[in-house]
Design a binder for this molecule. Sequence first.
Ligand SMILES: [Zn+2]
Ligand SMILES: [Zn+2]
Length: 361
Amino acid sequence: MPVKQASGFGCSIRKLAFTSLSLPRAEIQINPIALDSGYRRPRRNGVQFHVLNFCDSKLPRSLKSQLESHCRIGYLPRSMESEVKRVSNSVYGVIGPEGATNFAILKANDGGAVLIDADIRRIDEVEEALKLTGCAKVSYLVNTHEHFHHTSANFYFSQRGVPIVGSAGCIGAMEADGESDFACMLKPMPELYDRFSGLRLTLPDVVFADATKLTLPGVTLHLKYCAERGHSHSKGDTTIYFEEEEVLIAGDLLYTEVHPVTFFGNIPNWLTSIKPLFETHYKQLVPGHGPAVEGEKQGRAYFKKMYDYLEDFHGNLLEIKSGRKSADEVAAHMMSGAYSVLGKTRMVQRNINQFLTGKRY
Ligand SMILES: [Zn+2]
Ligand SMILES: [Zn+2]
């Protein structure tokens, strides 16, 4: 891996990290994309920091202060930061921390990017990832489905002339519920309305019904509408397959390592949508939330886990409805055994509450 001598730094990062301080390699994790790019991220106090993801909890205090005194390196708790993961040669996953929404960047040979999903609350991360990955521009923004976390930056990119692609199901759902969801989700962050003048729900302007193909130099993308009878995880569920590098982007049909959000969905239909994905071909797999997955074998295991989770959860919801189980019993069950390792545990109660009340929030 080539290491650039970043200007303003007393020595090369590699020398400092691995030679001068004789740190065991395993104790520091450096984001190789950040290291290669030499890109520096402005911080609030005006000091610029190189973006490196250190496992700072593993760094002895004395070494931390040595690092700080030698050069201006920002070491950030990993859990607070998205990870820009190179999934394949031209695909980068912006993997959200603690199961937050994943975005993906597919870089074409002309330097243009197809951006898959973006959240206005995390627009700085998205812009940073586009810079880190050396993308000259965003050629298309694709929405995997209508949910706010995946579509709320449509306004931002639309203002910059970027065509936004979404399924007719996605657009229909945004037309029906989008305005109220948008207002509700932004309520805790009114400052975003000041920062982005005119910020509002923005629908995709390139629409397809069942399937379509997007092509850029070196990139052929197959978009497939997968919401069973118009409603699975969402009403717009779309998968994206990058033909040249055999990467499948599953949107929120798949969550890995975290509890899913089911309260917008139709679980029986969602199960039907997942089944064909057991047999789909890919080399790399990016879920809507949670870590990316390498290889079909592991991918199938994750799809199966997702299927079994949803089937079990749905059966238990019906037990609550019939009075055979209490909501507390079901919540405890969904956080026990194999499920006890899953993150975003708050979703369990929210999913149950929504089922019982029928309210979206
Ligand atoms: Zn999501
Ligand atoms: Zn979703």
